[in-house]
Design a protein around this ligand. Structure first.
Ligand code: ASP
Length: 346
């Protein structure tokens, strides 16, 4: 932490609409460079903060993000952890919930704010939501408790009227300014005339040691999104993916799937071969209860792990993190059943 009392914040610009401008030839939005961003928000200079910035060499539309981009962000935070009080990550909205979830798992013992934000309209546009989001994100990253400790000590998404826990968030609207939601966990703060923190919801587990960055994420995972009529060939084809280690099975309601014997048989064979299958619900709110109906019970019997109320973004990135750590299937199963960064309610 800096010795000055002025908050010292590092902004990390990865790309996304917030920093895009219209290409005059194609009229498509393309990432621009960071200086453009600051030029468009002169108000930032009115904050009594020390703000430094770091820009990705090549800013990207967040749809182009992959695990190496997550590692880059985590590394920048690690390299600068002692120098700054907080971090603001500017990021496209499309995969923001994935990055937020991934970073939450990658940054063990985090006890400073990592606030991710972006916008639906480019910051240079008159009606942009980017200016407000950026300024509020900086204020949240700078907020302290009365005793001087950071108010937020986790990865969070700041968007329009809310601050959400990163690994509980989902992009729920392609059009609205309030683009993110956390359907199974309350807001960390409400943004209105002021910023009202929900202290009960903020992460307050004391860090067990210094920041530890886990930079290995295993991409050998996939989603199987069920629908009535899904056929055996499709399921078997997906489960036969070479190198497959983990599957997030998106099920109906409280964790239910087809009752055809071939379905359970195909999943059981994959589990016997070491694939970890995690059950999350397709519903936007609520939790998996595998024991509630016979179809869900069947999944539990063959060894499908309940993802409880995990978002699918958190479930898939948690699998990537745990397999990236080199854990065995059994160890991954056990870790999926417990909350490691506040990602699920038990
Ligand atoms: N496609 C953009 C991105 O995710 C959308 C946005 O930033 O809102 O980078």
């Amino acid at each position: 932490m800096s010795t000055s009392t002025r908050p010292n914040i590092l902004m990390i610009y990865t790309g996304g609409t917030i920093g895009m401008i219209e290409n005059p030839n194609t009229r498509a939005l393309e990432p621009f460079d960071f200086d453009h961003l600051i030029d468009n928000v002169p108000k930032i200079r009115m904050l009594d903060f020390d703000i430094a910035n770091y820009q990705f060499e090549k800013p990207v539309d967040s749809s182009a993000m992959n695990t190496s981009h997550w590692v880059d962000i985590a590394r920048v935070i690690e390299d600068n952890y002692d120098k700054y009080d907080g971090f603001v990550v500017l990021h496209g909205t499309d995969t923001m919930a994935y990055t937020a979830s991934a970073l939450s798992f990658m940054l063990e013992n985090l006890d400073k704010p990592v606030i991710i934000t972006g916008s639906q309209l480019p910051i240079g546009e008159v009606r942009t939501d980017g200016e407000e989001n950026l300024i509020t994100a900086l204020q949240v990253a700078a907020a302290r408790e009365q005793n001087g400790t950071p108010m937020v000590r986790e990865v969070a998404i700041l968007f329009e009227n809310y601050l959400w826990r990163g690994n509980r968030s989902t992009k729920h609207s392609a059009d609205h300014f309030n683009a993110f939601k956390s359907n199974n966990y309350p807001e960390l703060a409400r943004i209105g005339l002021g910023i009202t923190y929900n202290k009960e919801a903020l992460w307050r587990v004391p860090a067990a040691g210094p920041l530890k960055v886990h930079s290995s994420m295993d991409p050998n995972v996939l989603y199987i999104d069920l629908f009535p009529g899904i056929c055996e060939t499709t399921i078997r084809h997906l489960l036969a993916t070479p190198g497959l280690k983990g599957v997030v099975l998106k099920t109906f309601g409280a964790g239910n799937g087809p009752s055809d014997p071939w379905f359970l048989k195909a999943l059981k064979e994959a589990i016997d071969n070491g694939v970890v299958i995690v059950n999350v619900t397709q519903c936007s709110n609520g939790s998996v209860h595998q024991q509630r109906y016979l179809t869900g019970w069947g999944l539990a019997q063959i060894g499908v792990v309940s993802g409880h109320d995990l978002t699918s973004e958190a479930a898939i990135t948690k699998l990537m993190h745990l397999f990236g750590e080199g854990l065995t299937s059994e160890q991954v199963k056990n870790a999926m059943e417990v909350s490691i960064r506040g990602e699920m309610s038990l």
